[in-house]
Design a protein around this ligand. Structure first.
Ligand SMILES: Cc1cc2nc3c(=O)[nH]c(=O)nc-3n(C[C@H](O)[C@H](O)[C@H](O)COP(=O)(O)OP(=O)(O)OC[C@H]3O[C@@H](n4cnc5c(N)ncnc54)[C@H](O)[C@@H]3O)c2cc1C
Length: 404
């Protein structure tokens, strides 16, 4: 079933499919083995105009909203979630800025983001502040026209490769969660360096780094949305970005199942192709039904979100206001519960599909001669980043309790 809202989305997905099959496929095994980032893969996504799908045309985007973003993430994740991730992290790092930026900040940063010439990343996690981001210890102290940042961030995707980092800091530790702010830090700023590169189970084609700030001087003009607005901006962003992780999950699941079906059709045991055993093909049927249910959930949510998202984006440009203010004026629904449901259901589905497909294919799937072991290793992170499955359940339960 296709979930395109218009021809432009269908065309974007076609471009994404071409990038995935022609560029990602030949690169993925080697990049995974060597744990390296591929600038070539990122350039191919920029050339296919996949970074700015969700951004307004005024800044070089395509004005298509978050549905298009989810669709292309799904398509590319069928081949490799890691090589596709710079599109995802640029959206995640760019979105709080997009929601809360002044017109001047938008004009300065969005064209580079939309073209894919400047990559963005998002940094909230710290060694002692994971699920509980409010425990963060990185501080930013205002001195004249600058903030002085001190502290470090942990597990940052597209780390070192990205040009801009949307960093959550405490500008007022005494105020706790209300003292958290977002500051954009450009790579190359004095006092900003990269620490440890993680060696990981999966997602090895995307670099995960610590960021270190030591008396790092950042202009006050890089503050997003005012002091103390950081957590609000992050929560608002997650509402719109988590369906993107759900979409990555569905792509990974579909890709894993495709590899399994191809193999099970040719592998013969007991005188027949394994796929002909009903016990086996019924398992595939169950998994396919879950993937399709996930797609229905994700694209229903993103299409509904886009009604307000696209309107608020263009109103902000027209009225010289922030997207956040325009969204507020529209009084649309909060997406927290449904967004968390999409991430929870689809990431759990991805893990289940990758694991069960590996089992269905037997020994070969446990080896590196076959891509399924990579899908299974990659799937795990989908249950962890942008909030673990426990945290998604907490969000859903909190909404249920509030709704009565
Ligand atoms: C490969 C990778 C890439 C990442 N990329 C980024 C990035 O780009 N930017 C960024 O900021 N962060 C990133 N992260 C960090 C990620 O978001 C965190 O790992 C995640 O939020 C969980 O935090 P934690 O690892 O500290 O686990 P912890 O918070 O220590 O949790 C440990 C366990 O306890 C559970 N738990 C914790 N609190 C609760 C609770 N209240 N109720 C129930 N269970 C609970 C968790 O679900 C988990 O099972 C990345 C992580 C990885 C592994």
């Amino acid at each position: 079933m296709n979930y395109f809202n218009n021809q432009e989305e269908a065309a974007a997905v076609q471009r994404a499919a071409k990038v995935a099959s022609e560029v990602f496929k030949p690169l993925r095994a080697k990049c995974d083995e060597d744990e390296v980032y591929s600038p070539e893969a990122t350039t191919s996504m920029a050339e296919a105009n996949l970074f700015g799908l969700w951004l307004p045309k005024e800044y070089g985007g395509l004005g298509l909203g978050v549905s298009a973003l989810a669709l292309v993430l799904e398509e590319m994740s069928k081949v490799c979630i890691g090589l596709a991730l710079p599109v995802g992290t640029s959206a995640l790092g760019g979105m709080p800025m997009f929601f809360w930026a002044t017109p001047e900040q938008r004009a300065k940063w969005l064209p580079g983001l939309a073209s894919g010439k400047k990559l963005w990343a998002f940094a909230i996690s710290e060694a002692r502040a994971g699920s509980d981001a409010t425990a963060m210890q990185t501080t930013a102290k205002k001195e004249g026209d600058y903030y002085i940042l001190n502290g470090s961030k942990h597990y940052i995707s597209t780390g070192e490769a990205a040009d801009f980092y949307t960093v959550a800091v405490s500008t007022n530790p005494e105020r706790g969660a209300r003292g958290i702010s977002l500051i954009v830090v450009e790579k190359g700023t004095a006092g900003f360096t990269f620490g440890k590169k993680e060696r990981k189970l999966g997602l090895r084609t995307n670099p995960t780094y610590d960021l270190i700030f030591k008396d790092c001087k950042v202009p006050v003009a890089n503050l997003i949305g005012g002091e103390g607005k950081g957590l609000l901006a992050v929560q608002e962003t997650f509402d719109y970005s988590r369906p993107g992780i759900a979409a990555q999950s569905l792509g990974l699941a579909q890709g894993a199942m495709g590899e399994a079906i191809k193999y099970l059709k040719i592998r013969q045991q007991f005188g027949q192709p394994i796929i002909a055993f009903q016990g086996i093909n019924h398992e595939l049927a169950e998994l396919a039904a879950k993937i399709e249910a996930g797609r229905a959930l994700v694209y229903k949510i993103t299409s509904e979100m886009d009604a307000d998202f696209i309107l608020a984006s263009s109103e902000a440009v027209k009225n010289n206001t922030t997207v956040h203010d325009e969204l507020k004026k529209l009084k649309g629904p909060r997406w927290t519960k449904l967004s968390a449901m999409s991430k929870l259901f689809c990431s759990e589905t991805a893990m289940e599909v990758a694991d069960r497909c590996l089992t269905l294919c037997g020994g070969i799937a446990y080896t590196r001669d076959f891509p399924l072991e990579k899908y299974a290793r990659d799937a795990k992170v989908l249950q962890i980043y942008e909030g673990t499955s426990h945290i998604q359940k907490n969000e859903i339960a909190a909404s249920l309790i509030k709704e009565g």
